[in-house]
Design a binder for this molecule. Sequence first.
Ligand SMILES: [Zn+2]
Length: 410
Amino acid sequence: MELEFLYEKTLQGAVNAKKRKQEQYRKIVAHLYYHGAASIAEIVKSSKISQPLVASLVDDLLGFGVVLESGIGESVGGRRPNLFCLNPEYQYVVGIDITLHSLSLALFDMNNQLVYREEYKEFDLENTSNCTQIIVEKVKIALETRNIKPEKVLAAGFSIPGLVDAEHGLSHTHLSFTELGLGAYLGSQFGFPVLLDNDARTMALGEKAFGKAKDKKNVLCLNLSNGIGLGMILNGELYSGKNGFAGEFGHILIDPDGKLCSCGKIGCLETLTSGKILVQKIKDAIDEGQASFLASYKKEGKRIDLRAVVAAILAGDQFAIDQLNQMCEYLGKGLVTLLHLLNPEMIIIGGKLAHAGKFIINPVTMWMNKYAMDRISSEMELVSSDLLDDAALMGTMASVMKKVLSNRLE
Ligand SMILES: [Zn+2]
């Protein structure tokens, strides 16, 4: 009995030692991913692992092909140190960004560099297995184009609108028909893990890792496209709420006597201010003879969509600019509620309407100045995204690496 107990204990000791070593490898890889090329001394300082052990672990990582030597660093007294970096081609991350009418794909190497980017504008998001199959095929084409085998893919990040339970890989609004759940189903098709999240939250992660929210702790990221999404970075972390549904800002009640919303409720913010409403108002006015650049679209049989409306605004179309200004009052009021509740240091406007730049930032700023308490609003910056249409794709990369490097994929 005693022997058995000792045997189990020793075995457990071996398991623990293996785990500890994996954790140490992870720390080194995380340092190189987040800080770029580094010397052994720099890794020792950040990882708090001893110098001889770091040297031995880096040797192992060189042997596995995870790490490469990347030249000689600056001397800090004594010999100039060897530098090490991640091997960019060791593994890849697939980024998938779906909107109601587009599918964007990206492949990233371990240096966050895009090695493949494709956008399919003819894609329509439908709750059918056929639609899922299109996504699977396009990802396979992307991998074949770059000659990357599925085993070389660390994971895919998948950005999708609607209610998403990222923890369990479930999409409740779109592509919700599989019994396995969308994340597990796609994972079984691809042969690598798939991490789902809502589009606004993925964009917020993109902004935090690569955009204007970098080095900031409290930032609200709006996805202003056909609807209104919100990703919240609070105390430096993405906030998801109990079930992962936090950020349904577009569905807060603004007008109890208002119009029916796509969610089934009446008078949500989205029914008063969203890309979809803006397009509809402009189309209705043009039908009634309103003068606008966009009236020629109708004559030529071209589709008046949000992209066309933003192009007209940027070209100085007075009617389209007026319509956007009017919509900004509701948006400003809604944002002031968030501002008073959360006291963010920055609000980033992303999504298709972010392309309107000053034409959206200026009126929203004006309305927020009117309704906000000055002490809370005066140090808050309202800006448009630099990442624009790439924010969600960049966010899928950030999301995958964050989970891998915090050991949460296993
Ligand atoms: Zn609603």
